[in-house]
Design a protein around this ligand. Structure first.
Ligand code: XIL
Length: 363
């Protein structure tokens, strides 16, 4: 069903800079369509999924970037102090190298998935610990040129005037920990794209408006103190219940990020369908429309350089194990572009069309 990656990418590269030519449905892939607009497309995967034949065939065809769902988080790399285990994470790098793909590193500093011993050590004010973790990880994966350095540091409901989340890092190091993490990453990888990644910005909800303002303020502070941040990752875990998406408000938010000289990556796109009808064509249609409205707005901002979905096929999605994403009728959810049998869904077309119609990026 899928042509080889070599033929597809070879064709894609040859077409760069040329008018966007039509390609057959079989030749087409999200990565190839993205490239023709100067974007990139990729997907999150787990190491066990890299063993599933039909899935990896689809992945190699559709994506040019992969990101490990959890295998590069601190808790996975250093469950026991000073016994770093890189083997599982290395599988992503090997898979990417073998298939001419790239890896996004995810994620160096996050309030979740910190090993228990490190939480204790941070409580005991071991100041260099976080920086050492960042430097060791980034140096170990020298070929990775794209890192989520700090993940989910904003939480206005925690009541601080700087809107930062209280976390073991904040408690131990104060608000400067974010800048320190980026500096440590830059030291270890001078040429890598260093990303601040976060969620909850899309909708006209008071919480999302507050989070948008908080993110812009944080980025302004980072820029004012010369913190080496290159891009913002917007997770974009979308929902279809009780929401209002306003493309004007959203693009104005993206414009503010771009005005700070930062690139933007949609890093974890997927969509919950908890409140939607059971009927699959109807459900898929609503989900695809929502994704289309979101991506049309997002990709109208030229600072947006790539789109990653959090998973590729409905067979493997973190939402299957998230109680808040469970449908009341118990049916499996359909949050991703391919179905459980690797067939393209209307969401695939929505993503493809949005990328195809995006204003062409220059670099
Ligand atoms: C999730 C993974 O998908 C799960 O497999 C893991 O158990 C928990 O984390 N935002 C992020 C991701 O930045 O790291 C999270 O990934 C999903 C939410």
């Amino acid at each position: 069903m899928y042509p080889t990656r070599r033929s597809v990418l070879g064709g894609g590269l040859a077409l760069l800079g040329a008018p966007r030519l039509a390609m057959s449905q079989d030749e087409a892939s999200l990565a190839r369509i993205a490239r023709l607009s100067g974007l990139f497309y990729g997907a999150a995967v787990t190491s066990s999924q890299l063993m599933a034949g039909d899935f990896t065939t689809a992945l190699k065809h559709e994506a040019e970037y992969i990101v490990p769902e959890w295998e590069m988080k601190w808790g996975a790399l250093e469950r026991e102090r000073d016994r770093r285990q890189y083997g599982t994470a290395q599988k992503f790098v090997d898979f990417a190298n073998a298939n001419r793909m790239s890896v996004r590193g995810h994620t160096l500093v996050w309030h979740r998935n910190i090993p228990a011993w490190a939480i204790t050590a941070l409580k005991n004010k071991e100041y260099g610990l976080m920086q050492r973790h960042v430097r060791s990880t980034v140096s170990n994966f020298g070929s990775i040129q794209d890192w989520d350095v700090v993940n989910e540091a904003i939480e206005p409901t925690h009541g601080r005037s700087d809107n930062l989340r209280t976390s073991p890092f904040l408690d131990a190091l104060g608000p400067g920990y974010i800048g320190e993490a980026f500096r440590a990453a830059r030291f270890a990888a001078p040429g890598a794209r260093l990303v601040y990644n976060d969620y909850g910005f899309e909708y006209e909800l008071e919480t999302h408006r507050t989070r948008r303002r908080a993110l812009i303020r944080l980025l302004e502070r980072l820029k004012a103190t010369s913190v080496p941040v290159d891009a913002v990752g917007l997770q974009a875990h979308l929902v279809t219940r009780d929401i209002k998406f306003d493309p004007v408000a959203y693009t104005s938010f993206l414009g503010k990020i771009a005005d700070l000289g930062l690139k933007i990556i949609i890093t974890e796109l997927d969509i919950q369908d908890t409140n939607l009808p059971a009927d699959i064509p109807e459900r898929d249609g609503i989900l695809a429309d929502h994704i289309a409205r979101y991506l049309d707005a997002a990709l109208s901002e030229p600072a947006v350089i790539g789109v990653m979905t959090w998973g590729l096929s409905d067979r493997y999605t973190w939402l299957n194990s998230d109680p808040s994403a469970k449908r009341p009728d118990g049916l499996p959810s359909r949050p991703l572009p391919l179905d459980v049998d690797m067939k393209r869904k209307p969401m695939w077309d929505a993503i493809a069309n949005a990328m195809r119609n995006a204003p062409e990026r220059s670099a």
